[in-house]
Write a protein that binds this ligand. Structure first.
Ligand code: 5RP
Length: 223
């Protein structure tokens, strides 16, 4: 028996529960995806000074609600960054990029004092990369070269057809990676020439995960 009847209800509940971890009247970094979309609708109550957005899609939603979206170059740091994840583990390491916004998400998260991750419990995993392919953003001319290097690491890259990122690049979704050391693999993949960014968020992991479970909201920290 669950408190929620749909996954969307869980996403909305996680978003609502995250509000108390976000600054009132400050500048907030805002991620991308269906969970964050629920949060964006609730943001007017925080009376933010402004937001830094991780995607064109999020920026449009924020502006529609009258929230000013500022260029990241005009901001030295953010009180908090809030975003969903495709997978998150007990270290609060994540896989992100299902929505192809991973690079800007990682950049915006990197200047935030804390990362608040909002998820339903289907995203909580024992090991990253088993149930979700790792997105890697790649400069188009390097697509095949990067794919070959990833095969040599044991991964199985699949070109995400028809997707161009906000930065004009393409996405390889890498299946069958054995992500036992997320920190190390994040750096190894970043070092491949032509890779712009990969969807492992371990160097900048979440500080708190607000997880909607069948029994209600759980706030989890790394342990
Ligand atoms: C986009 C992301 C999203 O945070 C991730 O895909 C989760 O999305 P959703 O909340 O729709 O499940 O990383 O690049």
């Amino acid at each position: 028996m669950s408190l929620y009847t749909t996954q969307d209800e869980k996403k909305k509940a996680a978003a609502k529960a995250a509000l108390k971890h976000l600054p009132k009247g400050g500048i907030l970094g805002v991620g991308t995806g269906s969970t964050v979309n629920f949060l964006i609708e609730m943001l007017p109550e925080l009376q933010l000074e402004a937001a830094v957005s991780s995607s064109e899609a999020t920026a449009e939603r924020l502006r529609k609600l009258g929230i000013e979206v500022v260029d990241m170059n005009s901001v030295a740091s953010l009180d908090a960054y809030v975003d969903g994840a495709d997978e998150i583990d007990a270290n609060l390491h994540m896989i992100k990029g299902g929505g192809a916004a991973l690079t800007r998400e990682k950049i915006v998260a990197s200047i935030a004092k804390k990362f608040v991750c909002i998820v339903d419990d289907s995203k909580w995993v024992n090991q990253l990369g088993v149930g979700f392919a790792l997105p890697v953003e790649v400069i188009p001319m390097a697509r095949s070269a990067v794919a070959r290097k990833i095969v040599s690491l044991g991964g199985d890259p699949v070109y995400r057809e028809g997707v161009v990122t906000d930065n004009g690049n393409v996405i390889l979704d890498v299946h069958n990676l054995n992500i036992l050391n997320a920190l190390e693999l994040e750096k190894t993949i970043n070092d491949i020439p032509g890779v712009v960014c990969n969807g492992i968020f371990a160097i900048n992991k979440a500080d708190i995960a607000v997880v909607a479970t069948d029994n209600g909201i759980e706030e989890r920290t790394a342990g």
